[in-house]
Design a protein around this ligand. Sequence first.
Ligand SMILES: Nc1nc2c(ncn2[C@@H]2O[C@H](COP(=O)(O)OP(=O)(O)OP(=O)(O)O)[C@@H](O)[C@H]2O)c(=O)[nH]1
Ligand SMILES: [Mg+2]
Length: 343
Amino acid sequence: MKLGIIGASQAGKATVFSALTGARGDTDNKGTKKDNRIASVKVMDERIDFLSDMYKPKKTTYASVEYLLPSDTGSGSDNAIWNQARVCDALIHVVRNFPDFSGAKPSSENEYRKLEEEMVLNDLVVVEKRLERIDADLKRGKKPDEEEHRLVLACKGVLEKGMALRKSPEIASSPLLRGFTFLTAKPELVIINNEDDDETLPEWAAKNPDIVIQAMRGRLEMEIAAMSEEDAEMFRAEYSIKESALDRVIRESYRILNLISFFTTGEDEVKAWTIKRNTIALEAAGEIHSDIQKGFIRAEVLAYDDLIKYGTVKDAKAAGRVRLEGKEYVVADGDIINYRFNV
Ligand SMILES: Nc1nc2c(ncn2[C@@H]2O[C@H](COP(=O)(O)OP(=O)(O)OP(=O)(O)O)[C@@H](O)[C@H]2O)c(=O)[nH]1
Ligand SMILES: [Mg+2]
């Protein structure tokens, strides 16, 4: 899962990137200021901790999330940023809510709307190019794909109203439109980047239930992310920060992307797998290995909560909580799955 960090100039994008990736990010490209930066972050999960304690495997693998900070250099600089954002699964829109270097007060609502409009316009350009193409094809006697044509026109209608495509789930989730990589069809988390002593949302943001939004004290969180875990803990207590910004953002990212985790266990490895909600057992098997999918026989499933309740796999089994499920079984968050398959 890749999340792209976008925002107006000086909104604190780099600061938020560091806040999210400083503590447990593995940055493979430290680069210069000009490069885009990407870092992969471990998704902490106490269920994995528990399973790892239980199985004492050679290897424990948490899920991970990737954050991308697009670079603002290159020739057509704005386009370069949007093109990088287009390859992300979701966007994090950082909005400045602290005075800028001249001391001028932030105008967070305006800045937020301006960038949202820019993304709408960007998508509209894509739509119009596609429609021109369809027109040109028609003139040459080539029939367009009716369903695609209808959907592209529907996109146009939504965008011309100044609305993001994600407001129309039918459109945003249509496989036929996936190739267009529309910016406004991506799930988005808005981060209001506050001063160190402010943990509240501005009024306009708090009143807007249509936006997925969080307040973050970006600079403070960045400083904490650079500390040792001991110091960070003390600091968090002092500022009454119950949960790090990173953990809040990850939780929300899973929610807006509709993702869940299932687990595989064994002496070799305990591992978390990330899948879309409503994925069936057969598809989930493919995440692990195509052989397991091809040779699928049954999925042996134990809910994590049942393991906790009964204490051991053996006791859970005795209580009939280890189920044998078929291909069509819809995997649930927290399922511990042992696939039986033929190779
Ligand atoms: N008070 C305060 N200042 C912040 C916060 N976040 C960022 N800043 C400051 O705002 C300035 C811009 O921060 P950056 O993280 O570089 O912002 P950016 O969006 O990457 O900026 P550009 O790449 O130039 O568009 C820096 O001087 C930061 O120290 C914050 O949460 N609170
Ligand atoms: Mg920057």
